[in-house]
Design a protein around this ligand. Structure first.
Ligand code: SF4
Ligand code: SF4
Length: 342
């Protein structure tokens, strides 16, 4: 596994990191096996968050005694200094460490988020204080909004930007990645599989490896998944015409219907659970129609409340025709219910 410098920081990270959401579905023993296997295979960069339930705690237990070999990134969704101080202290405790290498202000999506964190008494002044006190080595930020991410990079306050990047969500390639490179910032690619929409690991990483400064952080929940990706990185990257065709097929299939789960469209005034309803087809693909109808029952039944007011369309930065899509998913759901005898 090749090591890379994360932007201008002194952090040397493996060219792929470990996104630590999926380990919340594992028992500690399994999580320990996957995390330790990743470390043995050369992955030293672990991205977690206070919000990922017991992810930090599992990492802390699994990688106890390895602190000097790993780079830990965590984050907080809170916007105020007091809340972030509490989150940071909890993260340090759960991870069993007295410093976090990279601490990120999470999901700074809209101007109001930025105003809140950067105001007096906001989260930013607290993480700067914590960095000066040695509890954080570097400051980072995450966003799902391209204009906001560009604005955040330009502030010069952060060492890294974490943003969705995959061959369906390629927006960062044009300006954000070059700008981050130019300013010496690390670029961390969240959602390398499009949040589960891309089910072909080889093609997903062939695309990402064309951007050598980008550090993807796929989520792993088995040692086999770790091996698949690490083995893939062992060979030189070669993007063939057939790979480009396949990427294009995915884009055509998902393009104007692909929900990035950014949640800018929320809340629905009529109580529709938009994000999970938008993701119904993905759940069907990952599970089966019979399982999906139970798993998605609440969100799919909430679609009946949609009166097509269009408020969510105005809020969606990807111009998705949300009412039309969720009504289509509702039809599919009802067909699956009938087939499953519900
Ligand atoms: S169009 Fe439907 S889902 Fe969207 S905000 Fe209106 S009622 Fe809610
Ligand atoms: S529908 Fe649009 S705004 Fe809502 S979560 Fe999906 S991509 Fe984001």
């Amino acid at each position: 596994m090749q090591m890379k410098q994360l932007g201008k920081t002194e952090l040397q990270v493996s060219e792929i990191g470990f996104g630590a959401i999926p380990i919340i579905r594992l028992e500690q023993q399994q999580a320990t096996a996957v995390l330790r296997h990743a470390l043995e295979r050369g992955i030293n960069f672990f991205d977690t968050a206070n919000a990922y339930r017991d992810s930090e705690e599992k990492i802390g237990r699994a990688l106890k005694g390895e602190r000097d070999k790993i780079v830990i990134a965590s984050k907080s969704l809170l916007r105020d200094a007091k809340g972030v101080r509490e989150h940071l202290e909890r993260s340090l405790q759960m991870l069993g460490t007295d410093y976090i290498d990279l601490y990120q202000l999470h999901q700074i999506a809209q101007e109001k988020d930025w105003q809140a964190v950067s105001a007096p008494g906001g989260a930013l002044e607290e993480i700067i204080r914590a960095r000066d006190a040695g509890k954080i080595r570097y400051l980072g930020v995450t966003s799902h909004s391209l204009p906001m991410a560009i604005k955040l990079v330009r502030t010069g306050l952060f060492s890294t930007i974490q943003f969705p990047f995959n061959f369906i969500e390629e927006g960062a390639a044009l300006e954000l990645i070059p700008l981050a490179e130019q300013l010496g910032m690390g670029f961390i690619a969240m959602k390398p599989f499009g949040g589960g929409a891309i089910d072909n690991a080889a093609v997903a990483f062939k695309f990402l490896r064309q951007y050598p400064t980008c550090i993807p952080i796929p989520g792993f929940e088995s040692t086999a998944q770790v091996d698949e990706v690490v083995d893939f990185y062992a060979a030189p990257n070669q993007v063939e015409a057939a790979d480009l065709d396949l990427m294009e097929d995915y884009r055509q299939e998902l393009g104007k219907r692909f929900c990035r789960r950014c949640e800018y469209c929320l809340p629905c005034p009529n109580g529709v659970l938009i994000t999970p309803a938008m993701g119904y087809k993905i759940v069907v693909n990952r599970m089966s129609p019979a399982v999906a109808v139970d798993f998605c029952q609440g969100p799919m039944e909430s679609v009946a409340n949609c009166n097509a007011c269009g408020i969510c369309i105005d809020r969606c930065p990807y111009d998705l025709q949300i009412p039309e899509i969720i009504k289509g998913h509702q039809q599919l759901y009802l067909e699956h219910c009938r087939a499953a005898g519900r």
